[in-house]
Design a protein around this ligand. Structure first.
Ligand code: GAL
Length: 508
């Protein structure tokens, strides 16, 4: 019997082989260099690297609760309790940053470390001291701190009050952010309010993969996104109203992946538009479009589906005119995380794929990641550098040529020095970025994910994305540079991509 899926996959491979322009050595843009003012960085987040889960007066995060109460939750049974031990070894981390030669370190502030109960009635002095030390040490070493205020470690107590489904979260996060700006804003000038609304809300409130592991794909998913936008806007306004004299910039981080129709059909072209509307524009349009608000196609789609399903109101609760104004324009730059690209399609089979009601059903799109250009390496990142190029061109057109900070990108690989797939991935994506810059896309910064292997959420340490490998079996948590670290270092030094640079372990 002919297997339709296999034929489709084969066609995709043929398509990708023909379509990819920016990843191959042949395609390497060796005439261009990254502009002198272009910044390079690496990223981590608090829960993923700090460890010290019960040190220094840290309160409980919702992740602690799920990890400790459900032994099945983390795929490989590891925990975040020690992680890379950055709470105790931040000076080691700064040594690595210096070794790489990066300009920027993107990290996040643990909400329960600063406000153990989530609320500002008790500010933990040891938490403040930790981040003061980290920031001071970065600055003393000529490194620029870039801080994510919320990277998913919600204080347990606020989760019990409803977390991202409670509209009060805008006030809770606002109170936390105020403490953060007050204490660190004299030295930190780039603020990333919330990491990846789509991932936060789909994994947490639709698919039940991340805490609170609530499966409400038709309602909670949208409520979460709506509250993320209101909370982000609140953080933006607090900064610009109360801390303007600090002279920094504030933005929300979007996750975005390019989409391509499986066929040239009208339906598949519509599927591309809808995929982008649900995964990216749901969050970017209210902030970056001149008129604000959700994209009309999203409003119509969810409104119609809700009404057919007997709801008296749309499951995508509308913003009031005041809220539309409050959210519109609340970004000083466009912060982008991107890892993969997707093939999308629409036909009758799609209706069988998704629960009803759900945002997937509303979107009415079937999708799968574009097969990666390189093989092996990662459990979930399918590198397709051409997709990044196309995405950046799309963002330039769609959002009126924004200043873009590329805040997250990277891949995972096997353990050991020779992380060749990851090296290919980085070269390919940086190469695509270089082409996009040559086309006039205003990207000012690139941040690799991640500095060292991090606790990859529910996948634990099955996914190793670090430029430095972390030995999780050694209580001292030593780290070792991988080939990708050396390649990245050389790109930063030379400001160009040399596909023939082939370092060995002791070349660092
Ligand atoms: C992102 C997330 C990071 C990291 C990365 C790689 O979605 O912001 O924290 O986990 O994926 O898996």
């Amino acid at each position: 019997m002919i297997h339709f899926g296999k034929i489709l996959l084969l066609l995709c491979f043929i398509y990708v082989a023909n379509a990819t322009k920016y990843h191959t050595y042949k395609g390497f843009n060796q005439n261009s260099t990254f502009p002198p003012e272009f910044l390079f960085g690496v990223g981590t987040s608090a829960l993923q690297v700090e460890g010290g889960w019960n040190q220094g007066g840290r309160g409980w995060s919702l992740w602690d609760y799920h990890i400790f109460t459900d032994p099945e939750f983390i795929f490989d049974g590891t925990t975040h309790e020690v992680a890379a031990d950055s709470y105790n070894q931040y000076k080691r981390d700064i040594g690595l940053l210096k070794e790489l030669g990066v300009n920027v370190y993107r990290f996040s502030i643990s909400w329960p470390r600063i406000l153990p109960l989530g609320t500002p009635d008790y500010v933990n002095p040891e938490g403040i001291a930790y981040y003061n030390n980290l920031i001071d040490e970065l600055l003393a070493n000529g490194l620029t701190p870039m801080i994510t205020i919320y990277h998913w470690d919600l204080p347990l107590r606020l989760a019990e009050l409803g977390g991202w489904l409670n509209e009060d979260i805008a006030n809770w996060l606002g109170d936390f952010a105020r403490v953060v700006y007050q204490n660190f804003g004299d030295r930190v000038k780039t603020w990333l309010t919330i990491n990846e609304p789509f991932v936060l809300c789909s994994l947490g409130y639709a698919y039940g993969i991340h805490p609170p592991r609530v499966i409400t794909p038709g309602e909670g998913f949208y409520e979460c996104g709506r509250n993320v936008l209101l909370a982000h806007a609140r953080l933006y306004h607090i900064y610009h109203d109360e801390f303007k004299s600090q002279g920094g910039k504030v933005a929300l981080i979007f996750s975005a992946d390019m989409a391509y129709g499986v066929t040239d059909s009208h339906d598949d072209a519509e599927a591309v538009e809808d995929f982008l509307a649900f995964t990216l524009e749901q969050y970017a349009h209210p902030i970056f479009s001149p008129q604000g608000n959700y994209p009309q196609r999203l409003i119509d789609r969810v409104g119609n589906a809700s009404s057919l399903q007997g709801y008296k109101q749309s499951r995508l609760r509308p913003f009031t005119p005041e809220q539309i104004n409050y959210i519109r324009g609340t970004a000083d730059f466009f912060a982008l995380n991107s890892y993969s690209s997707y093939y999308v399609y629409r036909n009758d089979s799609v209706k069988e794929l998704h629960a009803v009601p759900s945002f997937d059903d509303d979107m009415y799109v079937g999708y799968y990641t574009v097969p990666q250009e390189t093989t092996g390496g990662s459990m979930w990142v399918y590198g397709y550098a051409t997709g990044l190029y196309d995405l950046l061109i799309y963002l330039k057109k769609e959002y009126n040529d924004p200043v873009i900070y590329f805040t997250e990108n990277g891949s995972s690989d096997e353990l050991g020095f020779y992380d060749e797939e990851k090296v290919d991935y980085y070269r390919g994506y940086l190469n695509a970025l270089l082409y996009a810059i040559d086309e006039g896309v205003d990207v000012r910064m690139y941040c690799a994910w991640s500095l060292m292997d991090t606790f990859e959420w529910n996948r634990g340490y099955l996914v190793r994305m670090g430029l430095y490998e972390l030995d999780i079996d050694d209580p001292n948590r030593p780290v070792f540079p991988r080939k990708s670290a050396l390649v990245y270092k050389e790109i930063i030094r030379s400001r160009k991509i040399d596909p023939d640079y082939n370092p060995e372990p002791n070349d660092l």
